[in-house]
Design a protein around this ligand. Structure first.
Ligand SMILES: [Zn+2]
Length: 458
């Protein structure tokens, strides 16, 4: 249902802004985080054994509010509203000179929390100037003996999952046939290869999402030449699952690669997209005929990922309690449906993401040594506007579950174009060890320090 869109970054606009205004040199504090709130264990108490990081892609405050208004009502509360600690963080990217690029894409923002370093839009866990790889939170977790996992509704090679276990110059370098913009990263040039190849070479214990077509591409260089990336994964010990049934029965002990759609996992809800001049009031269709019945929900994938990671970290240590795990879960199509100005698609994905948040919170309730963080990578287009407003751009009117009328507007780009991200700060909420670190206004890069400190990763 999601119409294809290309991420279009505000290169030109941001560059002009930086040139036209005297941006002061970025203070050291803004790179290293809130200067008066360092993430230290001594200041915040007990370490975390596990971290579950949930990313609503493009899930700014208005995306959260839309989902709340539509599903549980204006006075209701989503699962993600129930965290004991809530703050905000800034999301900007940088240019190659380190000056702010005020609107980030998912690659630069993900690099921020994955590595603690800001980078240029489009880049995956490499520096903005010298284009050098920077260690990621997942790599550090592996090095310290933790089990690791990544779950997404996007392609597993899309930017947000990619930042964890790959380093490429450009986010488009997803499979071996997609390497045009990353000549230095190819295996033939001594690089680590595409995002798909790097992800399986890292032997991340659990990789669940879409993007099967990327993994079906044939490796053209190096020891796996002539095999598909899926075959490479099997050689590396992966069990490959492709639907709800095979996910249900797969056991831990060996890493698991779940590829549940050829591209992005189909959305849960559908409806009429926003239109110039608005739409008739509509109820969203809470089932998508184009979503195969055997497609596991994000909630189910999250539950299974936790089960597999728990098993892995135990078997790795003679069935004694192991060293814990790091898991990232992404609700990717909040962003993609926002780009498409499709409020029902967007709200359905936010609601699906919120059910995954509940899985994480339920786990943490039984395992209080788990730090759970729910946040976004950047803000997005959708705004709640008055019913009597006639805004420019695209709008739609929804009839909410509580019977109200809710008008949504998308005006961050010309109608017919992909609607754009925004540069607003976004929510970050947490529970568990070191959750105090999300309070106040922090920087996206501070989240890396919080996660690393909570897990005492060296
Ligand atoms: Zn986007």
């Amino acid at each position: 249902m999601s119409r294809p869109h290309r991420h279009r970054w505000a290169w030109g606009t941001a560059a002009l802004l930086v040139a036209a205004t005297a941006v002061p040199a970025m203070a050291a504090a803004s790179e290293t985080g809130a200067a008066d709130a360092p993430a230290t264990l001594s200041a915040h108490g007990k370490k975390a054994k596990n971290v579950i990081l949930l990313i609503g892609d493009g899930m700014g405050d208005s995306e959260i509010t839309l989902a709340r208004d539509y599903t549980v009502g204006a006075d209701g509360r989503l699962n993600m509203d129930r965290f004991p600690r809530t703050g905000a963080y800034t999301t900007y990217a940088v240019d190659k000179h380190g000056k702010p690029d005020y609107v980030t894409d998912s690659a630069a923002s993900g690099t921020g929390w994955a590595t603690g370093h800001k980078t240029v839009n489009g880049r995956i866990s490499k520096t903005p100037d010298t284009d050098k790889a920077v260690p990621t939170i997942l790599e550090l977790a592996q090095r310290n003996g933790l089990a690791t996992g990544s779950v997404t509704t996007a392609e597993l090679t899309d930017a947000t999952p990619a930042v964890l276990a790959s380093h490429v110059s450009d986010r488009s370098c997803q499979g071996p046939a997609d390497m045009k913009k990353c000549p230095a990263d190819t295996v033939g040039n001594g690089g680590p290869g595409s995002i798909a190849e790097q992800s399986v070479n890292h032997k991340v214990d659990v990789l669940l999402g879409g993007g099967r077509n990327r993994f079906e591409q044939t490796v053209t260089e190096g020891p796996y030449k002539g095999r598909t990336v899926t075959q490479q994964a099997r050689k590396l010990g992966y069990q490959v699952v492709t639907d709800d049934q095979s996910l249900r029965v797969v056991k831990g002990g060996k890493p698991v690669l779940g590829l549940f759609a050829p591209e992005t996992v189909p959305v849960e809800w559908t409806g009429k997209p926003a239109a110039v001049g608005g739409t008739a009031p509509q109820r969203c269709v809470t089932g998508n005929p184009d979503r195969p019945a055997r497609t596991p929900s994000l909630e189910r994938q999250t539950r299974k990922a936790i089960e597999l990671l728990e098993a892995k970290q135990r078997t790795g240590h003679g069935k004694k309690p192991g060293k814990g795990f790091f898991l990232q879960v992404e609700g990717a199509s909040i962003d993609k449906q926002d780009h498409a100005a499709d409020p029902c698609g967007q709200i359905g994905e936010t609601a699906a993401f919120d059910r995954a948040v509940k899985v994480a919170r339920d786990y943490a309730a039984k395992h209080p040594d788990t730090l759970v963080v729910t946040t976004a990578d950047h803000g997005h287009s959708s705004q709640i506007v008055p019913l009597e407003a006639t805004p420019p751009g695209l709008s739609a009117t929804l009839v909410t579950d509580e019977g109200g009328r809710l008008k949504v507007n998308y005006s961050t780009n010309t109608p017919g174009q992909s609607q754009e991200h925004t540069g607003t700060q976004v929510r970050i909420a947490a529970q568990g060890p070191l959750s105090d670190c999300v309070l106040g206004v922090t920087n996206q890069t501070d989240l890396f320090t919080t996660l690393r400190t909570a897990l005492t990763l060296r």
